[in-house]
Design a protein around this ligand. Structure first.
Ligand SMILES: Cc1cc2nc3c(=O)[nH]c(=O)nc-3n(C[C@H](O)[C@H](O)[C@H](O)COP(=O)(O)O)c2cc1C
Length: 329
């Protein structure tokens, strides 16, 4: 049974990667991930703001409307809340590389071009095998067009591409006028992989205290439907490897993503909920399913459920949508 996959030029023993988040902040957790069978690990993101202003003050998200200016550093948590700043992040990469043998994918969360891009070079020098760029940008400016925003994404990728030789994956959100176009442009700008999709955190309002509540909710399996569709649409049409993130809980979720066309599947909520050893369980069940269904490798199934052979995916989607609406009883 061959579960191996190639992602960002890295030979991985299987497609499961714990995605960026707090679990990887402890070396012991990363060791547990490796022991459970994880093929690589993505570190939590260091933010552009952290790199550019090493020290900033805490001002809670709840006061988000009270002190507004364009680059309000007061919105951000204290450096201490992030636990590890830029220097410690580099040290951590070095230490991890000495401790584990699976590839380490560092992560930067940026929104614009800036001095922070040089930091990507330091991440490379620290030994990271690849870099995931999480471009987290909520377009709230009435004067900015979609074209302006798209250009910012493309320019960031070009700038990071020019700064480093290690592979780059771009983690992007699903909200573009043309997801297919931007995926193609990011590929052409030098992204070796696309991680689909970033989840924008969605705050709630506390009615009693009249506060904006910045809570993070774990995803549910339903969240995988959006990347599942887009990976199926893009498979075979761009060069960048596709990595799925959001709502991947079970072996069946992983298999569906591979059949849609993913090279790798990233998991976080399921690991936070069931523990790191959940990876081992998913891998065992995956092998069993493949044996029963007579698949010998992931390559054999990859893209089998994609839109590759659909001449006009948009028309196909419309026809399906019409069918679905009329079939509801
Ligand atoms: C507590 C928490 C922290 C996260 N931190 C990061 C981060 O630092 N960088 C990043 O790119 N994504 C981060 N994410 C997003 C996850 O990597 C992942 O893409 C998202 O949760 C969807 O996958 P899931 O459904 O498996 O959780 C975080 C998610 C959670 C729940």
């Amino acid at each position: 049974m061959n579960l191996s996959t190639k992602y960002l030029g890295l030979d991985l023993k299987n497609p499961i990667i714990p995605s960026a988040g707090p679990l990887a902040k402890e070396i012991d957790n990363v060791k547990l991930m490796e022991d459970a069978g994880a093929a690589a690990v993505v570190l939590w993101s260091l933010f552009e703001e952290q790199i550019e202003h090493e020290e900033f003050e805490l001002h809670h998200h709840t006061t988000v409307y009270s002190d507004s200016y364009a680059e309000a550093t007061t919105y951000f948590p204290e450096a201490v809340e992030y636990k590890l700043g830029p220097d410690a992040y580099l040290e951590y990469i070095k230490k991890l590389k000495e401790t584990i043998s699976i590839p380490v994918i560092a992560s930067i969360n940026g929104k614009s071009q800036g001095g922070w891009i040089d930091y990507a070079k330091q991440i490379q020098e620290a030994g990271a095998d690849a870099l995931e760029l999480n471009i987290y940008r909520l377009a709230t400016d009435l004067a900015k067009t979609g074209t302006d925003i798209d250009k910012e994404y493309i320019d960031i990728v070009k700038a990071v591409r020019a700064a480093v030789q290690i592979p780059i994956a771009v983690k992007l959100g699903p909200f573009f006028s043309s997801t297919a176009w931007i995926a193609d442009q990011l590929d052409k700008a030098g992204a070796n992989g696309l991680v689909m999709f970033n989840r924008f955190y969605q705050p709630d309002i506390d009615l009693e205290n009249l506060e904006v509540v910045p809570n993070v909710l774990l995803s549910t399996p339903m969240a995988m439907r959006l990347p599942l569709r887009w990976i199926a649409i893009l498979y075979g049409r761009i060069n960048a490897d596709l990595s799925a993130t959001s709502g991947i809980y079970s072996e069946k979720d992983v298999l569906k993503m591979i059949m849609a066309g993913a090279k790798t599947t990233q998991m976080l909520s399921s690991l936070l909920k069931y523990g790191i050893n959940h990876i081992a369980e998913v891998l065992t069940k995956m092998k069993y399913w493949m044996e029963v269904n007579e698949y010998e490798s992931l390559d054999q199934m990859r893209g089998s459920m994609s839109y590759k052979n659909v001449a006009d995916p948009a028309q196909f989607e419309r026809a399906n949508y019409m069918k679905i609406l009329s079939s509801y009883k």
